[in-house]
Design a protein around this ligand. Structure first.
Ligand code: MRU
Length: 364
């Protein structure tokens, strides 16, 4: 993925997205002009990846605010607009339950807007909508900066031979740009260091084969695509120096929800004495949950398992399971790479510090 190609952007009137369902064969953009379209794009995986859906949802809130402001009829409109934003948040949050970045972003926008209304001298709905958009822009800018910082901190963890296994897509496509798990890899590559990525294809949605392989090829980073069931064999043969994955939610004790298959990789990495790293911005940390057992796991359509590109690959009518994420217990995680630095076990204190802003616990 080139530095210029963006995943999520504001075109002045609407949200622009690269349609990730069509990659790598076609680069098509989708334009969302209302919050319902943003919600649909998140559910349908036009945009996916924890930070990226948070960024898209922030602009969904901006679209809801603009629609509310356009209908401004005078009295009590600020309160009505806040109510409308609360409804937009509920709609957006309901689309994908596992990645906490989604609800984190909508909560942050809503809270910033409430503060603006409370502090202001009866702001107009146009001024409120402008404040919502400003907060959405800030979320996107911060996400990009956090990814670059993760790259700096994480690159130092990549061993000299530089053979990194990754799962799913935690790259620029999954964020405002640059990525989380791919950020240390990109930075090491920029530093002129040897780095070679083993890319898990990531059944059933193929984020590895379709998206990570595409991004790495665009960036000129050497890679080898493998099917998910080859990972253990590669580790056994000494072909993997470390594993780096992203996260959809990291809870207070360090348990990590990420794409289905991540847990198996962590078990394999431990069995082979290979470091297993998780790279994520602080917006992925959820201190409200004590352990991974409390994380809601999204169940997606079984057809995504029984079919590939619309073609059946299993007998008609066969039952199929499709949990989209799993939870890796913190005992299997070697370190968590955040924008503030690398956190080592035990994780609780480091995770708390990662979400402290100016001496205060971060407010969504
Ligand atoms: O279902 P997806 O494609 O949204 O799942 C994405 C992942 O699991 C990523 O690893 C995670 O969101 C981190 S993205 C920086």
């Amino acid at each position: 993925m080139s530095e210029e190609l963006r995943t999520v952007w504001w075109d002045g009137e609407a949200l622009g997205l690269i349609d990730q369902r069509r990659l790598p064969h076609e680069q098509i953009t989708v334009r969302c002009t209302d919050v319902e379209a943003v919600a649909h794009a998140i559910k349908a995986m036009v945009v996916r990846g924890a930070p990226a859906i948070g960024c898209a949802a922030a602009y969904g809130m901006a679209l809801a605010a603009r629609a509310g402001a356009a209908n401004d009829s005078g009295d009590g409109e600020a309160r009505a607009l806040l109510e409308r934003l609360a409804q937009a948040k509920a709609l957006l949050d309901a689309q994908r339950p596992t990645a906490v970045n989604l609800a984190w972003a909508t909560a942050r926008v809503l809270r910033a807007t409430e503060r603006f209304v409370e502090a202001g001298t009866s702001p107009t709905t146009a001024a409120i909508a402008a404040r919502v958009l400003e907060e959405a822009h800030a979320i996107i800018a911060e996400d990009l900066a956090m990814c670059h910082a993760i790259g700096e901190h994480g690159a130092a963890l990549i061993p000299a031979r530089g053979r990194v296994l990754t799962h799913c897509n935690a790259g620029g496509l999954a964020t405002a740009g640059y990525g989380t798990a791919l950020a240390p890899i990109r930075t090491a590559h920029r530093q002129g260091r040897a780095v070679h990525v083993l890319v898990d294809e990531t059944r059933p949605f193929l984020q590895g084969a379709r998206l990570t392989a595409w991004e790495l090829r665009e960036a000129g980073i050497p890679q080898t695509l493998i099917t998910d069931n080859m990972a253990g064999y590669m580790m056994r043969r000494g072909e993997v120096d470390c594993v780096i994955v992203g996260a959809d939610r990291i809870v207070a004790n360090g348990d990590v929800a990420n794409k289905i298959g991540t847990y198996s990789l962590a078990v394999l990495a431990r069995a082979h004495g290979i470091p297993f790293y998780v790279a994520a911005p602080s917006s992925t940390i959820d201190l409200g949950l004590a352990s991974g057992e409390q994380i809601p796991i999204e169940e997606r359509a079984p057809e995504e398992v029984t079919h590939l590109n619309g073609q059946p690959i299993a007998p008609a009518g066969v039952a199929a399971a499709h949990p989209a994420f799993d939870v890796t217990p913190h005992e299997l995680v070697s370190a968590i790479i955040t924008e503030r630095g690398v956190i080592y076990p035990p994780f609780a204190e480091g995770l708390r510090n990662a979400v402290i802003t100016e001496g205060q616990p971060r407010q969504g």
